[in-house]
Design a binder for this molecule. Structure first.
Ligand code: E4P
Length: 217
């Protein structure tokens, strides 16, 4: 399973990258706004900076919702760097645009996936990645991990090539559950990635080893 970081914060991207395990980055308009990046020029520059920091797939989201707007915006985003993956919402014109991007050699990430039916449509359109939002599904009383399992099963049976990019991760356990459920990629906040490191018995064990080693000296 590949690890992406889900942020537009450069310090967090740097910290995750320095761990040596980062395979890519996802952003969305809310994450960009959180960093105070709003003007089109600044957004384009920010994506370029991220591409220069991390050698992996970088999802850049379109803001348009009509076919023509999505295609124009996506072409501009894809021209920033070869690692850009154009992130397109799961709406009717989005699906149509994903098919257009597929036919024209531009890679896509179909975002805001909340059902197996949406995952089938995105795969049929040729999306490189599809992003089920499992945390938001859990928040609304459904089971996000079950959706990942269902999509993984359908894709395997049908031979769909889209990669399942589990998104809206809320905690380290979500990452483990995504690995078990067959996600190809997990895009996570930095805290959830670092949370995988932690176990109290590791800390207790290490303290004892270091203490015993001191006694020997
Ligand atoms: C996916 O690519 C989105 O950026 C993200 O995972 C959404 O997560 P949230 O539900 O925590 O906003």
């Amino acid at each position: 399973m590949k690890f992406f970081i889900d942020t537009a914060n450069l310090a967090q991207i740097k910290e995750a990258h320095e761990l040596g395990l980062l395979d890519g980055v996802t952003t969305n308009p809310s994450l960009m706004a959180k960093e105070g990046i709003k003007a089109e020029k600044a957004i384009m520059q920010h994506y370029k900076t991220i591409c220069e920091m991390v050698d992996g797939d970088i999802s850049a989201e379109v803001l348009g919702t009509g076919f023509d707007e999505i295609v124009e915006e996506g072409k501009k985003l894809a021209a920033i760097h070869e690692n850009i993956v154009v992130k397109v919402p799961m709406i009717r014109d989005g699906v149509k645009a994903i098919k257009w991007f597929t036919d024209n050699g531009i890679r896509t990430n179909c975002t805001l996936i909340f059902s197996a039916g949406q995952a089938i449509l995105a795969a049929k359109a040729g999306a490189t990645y599809i992003s089920p939002f499992l945390g938001r599904i859990d928040d609304s009383g459904w089971n996000g991990v079950q959706l990942i399992e269902q999509i993984a099963d359908i894709y395997e049976r049908q031979g769909f090539a889209s990669e399942i990019l589990a998104a809206s991760i809320r905690n380290p356990n979500h990452i483990i559950q995504c690995a078990e459920a067959g996600a190809n990629v997990c895009t996570c906040p930095l805290d959830s990635i670092l949370g995988l490191l932690k176990h109290p018995l590791t800390d207790i064990g290490l303290a004892k080893f270091l203490d015993d080693a001191k006694k020997m000296g």
